[in-house]
Ligand binder design. Structure first.
Ligand SMILES: C[S@@+](CC[C@H](N)C(=O)[O-])C[C@H]1O[C@@H](n2cnc3c(N)ncnc32)[C@H](O)[C@@H]1O
Length: 334
């Protein structure tokens, strides 16, 4: 950033992640073993295999509509798309282009598999099928409140290379009331953008929206936690620096506040932990099947037997109650 600017925190975050030299725009930021963070699809193909089972069941429930599509928003380099298509779910009726991978970063779109439909934005109009977003809402720009003897709003002033936080009065209505008592210096995210994003999709959906993310039930929980626990930065698998440093070279994320999203988008039809969701859609069965195939071929294992064996360690990571298993899965149906 050059010259002198004063922008609200959400605009600063938008620029830092998605602006011309933003973390995702420049290609600096990406999920994956060689990237900045490991997400559930990046653990291995098991996550996509389970999600494909769930989507197949919803496709059957919906009466196998001809115009059924799977839309994945914030598809990153297309890893979930790959494992979903590789599972050969019936809902794609043999046509992987029915999987629509939506990713704002052109650098990441370049890695999408050629067989799927790859777009920068969701198509207009009615969305028939299932919309999936894994670790997207936490990455949408949020506003930031700071308790400074009363709640105020964080803005970011830049002047040449100098960057500073400026606290200003809150100028408009918020989706939640910040708690009356909170420690001095406490912070809170205001996730209007994420809520409006969900509301917009639900408004034109004929099917189901499934959101996977790290989340808390109520915003006020975050006011009593050290803010660097939930307002996190990441760079090459490590926690990054303060969000005003390394701008455009590190990710900025927050825990998702379910109360704010539901206040804006309406109540979710289901709220589960990621472990519960994966168990509901057969992860244990897939692991048992993998174990059987591995044991049958253990003496001379081929590539597919090795993949089956890897299901065991993938499931451990995906179900970890202190890790990915504790993520939240929110579903809206309409
Ligand atoms: C944390 S990454 C998650 C990537 C992938 N879903 C995964 O789980 O590995 C979030 C991704 O969402 C993308 N993104 C952010 N806002 C978006 C939007 N409005 N539309 C599409 N993609 C978006 C970012 O560029 C980034 O690749």
């Amino acid at each position: 950033m050059t010259g002198s600017h004063l922008v609200r925190f959400d605009e600063f975050m938008n620029d830092a992640l998605y602006g011309a030299s933003g973390f995702y725009t420049s290609g600096a930021g990406r999920a994956g073993r060689r990237g900045d963070f490991i997400t559930a699809p990046e653990v291995g193909p098991l996550f996509g295999t389970v999600v494909a089972r769930a989507v197949d069941a919803w496709w059957v429930d919906a009466g196998r509509p001809d115009d059924f599509r799977v839309f994945e928003i914030g598809a990153g380099p297309g890893t979930l798309a790959r494992s979903f298509v590789a599972a050969e779910p019936a809902c794609l009726v043999g046509d992987p282009s029915r999987y629509v991978a939506v990713e704002v970063s052109a650098r990441q779109r370049a890695d999408h598999p050629e067989s799927v439909t790859s777009l920068a934005t969701l198509p207009d109009g009615e969305l028939t099928g299932v919309v999936i977003a894994n670790e997207l809402l936490d990455n949408l720009p949020f506003r930031l409140l700071v308790n400074d003897g009363g709640w105020r709003e964080a803005w970011v002033a830049t002047d040449g290379d100098a960057v500073a936080e400026v606290l200003r009065p809150i100028e408009d209505d918020l989706p939640i009331d910040p708690p009356g008592s909170a420690p001095h210096g406490a912070r809170l995210p205001i996730q209007t953008r994420a809520g409006e994003f969900v509301a917009e999709i639900v408004g034109r959906l004929r099917g189901r929206l499934v959101v996977f993310d790290y989340a808390v039930a109520r915003t006020e929980v975050l006011a009593s936690r050290p803010w660097r626990d939930w307002l996190r930065t990441y760079k090459v698998h490590e926690r990054g620096a303060h969000y005003l440093r390394d701008i455009g070279r590190q990710d900025i994320t927050t825990d998702v506040c379910i109360d704010q999203i539901e206040r804006i988008a309406g109540p979710a039809a289901a709220v589960r932990s990621q472990a519960q969701f994966l168990q509901r859609w057969g992860i244990d069965e897939l692991v048992a099947q993998g174990r059987r195939i591995w044991e049958a071929e253990a003496a001379r294992p081929g590539l597919s037997a090795m993949k089956m064996r890897s299901r065991i360690s993938e499931a451990e990571a995906l179900l970890d109650p202190d890790g990915l298993g504790a993520f939240t899965v929110l579903e809206w149906a309409s």
